[in-house]
Ligand binder design. Structure first.
Ligand code: NAP
Length: 248
């Protein structure tokens, strides 16, 4: 069976690292992005340059039509999907809950929760055996924030990631009989550009020193776990939530 994966937010950070590693492991890769076409094109070019197959897929995961469109385009270009990584996520500037606008909270939940649910739904519709799919693997990207709560920083974001953990537990039970495994990764402090949006660009580097392993993680280290969960080596793993957080 050919290995085809769609990665939401595959153009930068953790998603980019997953795309590049998956391609090296023989996966054809759909690289979704929202607005930064150049970064997505760079990932596609790097994969093609190494002899792999990839396609850039523009779309906002918070918009149902965009999600359906990117799944359709990925299938047309690469063939039926056998894995999906619901990775796209956003954070907002550090603040206490009393200071947060409804608009900010709505966007965090729309991208991180609704976006993941829509992505998971399309994955289920296409990979489920009863719908004519051949089964597969869905990996959701949560966060250590789901268990830490992120007080005085972004409890809205932490709550959105708590929802991902619960979605993982329920969907693993719902989709196991359909041949679809569902797992999540909870990254800790990983060096990506997401921290710019929180107002602390050096957050991972600075706080990473206080973790048991004494440093932040890299996107590549998260990608190793994601690609393993996608692979046949993890064929008896479902409903798992794996911390890749250096012991934090
Ligand atoms: P990042 O470097 O900011 O990259 C975010 C990616 O998501 C980009 O490809 C971006 O595309 C895409 N994206 C953002 N909003 C989108 C939307 N509405 N629709 C489609 N794509 C969208 O972030 P990251 O650090 O790699 O984070 C990836 C995931 O890991 C997120 O779910 C995040 O919450 C989680 N995580 C990260 C850390 C960390 O320390 N970095 C820790 C725990 C969990 P554009 O550039 O086109 O907008």
């Amino acid at each position: 069976m050919s290995k085809v994966v769609l990665i939401t937010g595959g153009s930068r950070g953790i998603g980019r690292a997953v795309a590049l590693l998956a391609a090296r492991e023989g996966w054809s890769v759909g690289v979704n992005y929202r607005e930064d076409a150049r970064s997505a094109d760079d990932v596609v070019a790097a994969i093609a340059g190494a002899g792999g197959r990839a396609v850039a897929l523009k779309g906002d995961v918070a918009l149902e039509a965009d999600v359906i469109g990117m799944f359709d385009a990925a299938t047309r270009a690469l063939g039926p999907l056998t894995a999906v990584v619901a990775n796209a996520g956003v954070v907002a500037p550090a603040a206490r809950l009393v200071e947060m606008s409804a608009e900010r909270m709505r966007r965090v939940f729309e991208v991180n929760v609704l976006g993941a649910c829509l992505t998971a739904r399309e994955a289920a519709r296409r990979m489920s055996e009863s719908a004519g799919g051949s089964g597969g693997s869905l990996v959701l990207i949560s966060s250590a924030a789901a268990r830490l709560g992120s007080p005085n920083l972004y409890v809205d974001y932490a709550g959105s990631k708590g929802a991902i953990d619960t979605l993982t537990l329920g969907l693993a039970k719902e989709l196991g009989p359909e041949g679809v495994r569902v797992n999540a990764i909870r990254p800790g402090l990983i060096e990506t550009e997401i921290h710019v949006a929180s107002g602390e660009p050096d957050r991972a580097r600075t706080l990473g020193r206080s973790t048991p392993l004494g440093r932040p993680g890299t996107p590549e280290e998260v990608a190793e776990a994601v690609v393993w969960l996608m692979s046949d080596a993890a064929r008896y793993v479902t409903g798992a939530i794996l911390d890749v957080a250096g012991g934090r």
